[in-house]
Design a protein around this ligand. Sequence first.
Ligand SMILES: [Fe+2]
Ligand SMILES: [Fe+2]
Length: 354
Amino acid sequence: MKLTDLQKELADHRPATPPGLLSTEEKDRLIERSFLGLYRWYISRSQKTRNWNPHTDFNWPAFRTDHSEKLNTILEGFFAVEQYVPDYVFTLLRVIRRSHGRSQFHIRWGSEEEKHSDLWENALLFSRFRTPQWIEDYKHALREKEWELPWDNPLNMIFYTVIQERATQVNYLNTGLIARGKGSEADFANDADPVLANASQIIAVDEAAHYNFFLEGARLYLYYYPAQALEALHDVIKFFAMPAGDLIPGYDKFAAVVAAAKVYGPREHVTDVLDVALKNLGVEGRRALLRGIKRIRQVPTEAGEMRDTAILDTLDYQGIEKKVRQLFGRINKFEEKTGHAQISPLKFLPNSLG
Ligand SMILES: [Fe+2]
Ligand SMILES: [Fe+2]
């Protein structure tokens, strides 16, 4: 049968996306708008609840000057990692600059990481473990090198930051246990210090807030782009390393001390970081993730049946949808107060695995 001109014209104008499915543009718009709302919510909370100062809010002169060498090595390592804040900020900023919400958040995140860097410098200075001159020289030596992005795309980096923030939080929470005299290792039995306990607690709360922002963002990608997001997550888990480990002189010694201290080692990375993050991301476990990825890769076509089955095996997709809906609800509630909802409301649109 020959097509009439009208039929032909209609066929030409038919959208590439089947009805009921979101187009890439719509998905991107929803993700972008959610990041903007999440960022607005985040700064209001950050300013109200976590507006601390690393110089004036701690009783630094009361910091103990007789800590164990091992604890001082740990503090020195934290200080070193946070010295690369300028690189953490501008390298990723270049990759996400097109996203208003993500890039604005990242600048704010950088200002909070900058406080962490100053906090650890103060801890190191007041511990008297090193002279001010030694610290100054060390700082310059560290900054001779530049940290580079482990992945130069926004998708992989959201998963990297989820894992990295959770790992950092675990580091500081466990250091806080030592500072409260509740560490499990005998080497740190005489390291109780209320100033360090306070510092570790405050900084760990910041890391939890960072983790939550990136987690919400990662769920948006898992919901709207599950196959690509799962592949990115798998890649990040497989090649994950803490930032700047390859740049810091003597990092191996620091890594050995934090692991032996049960602050952060391979065991904590699996049980307290990966297992927790994967659960929060709705992924059924590391093995399922690996299986799912293999099956996703076997499927030749984009919208193939098997791909969807593999995603549903790996991902608690309904759970993710619930969390994404909750996020939209939280943003809406906040933007009703600010008035943004009356002008440009965020509306949830369900994704279909089709
Ligand atoms: Fe930090
Ligand atoms: Fe952080």
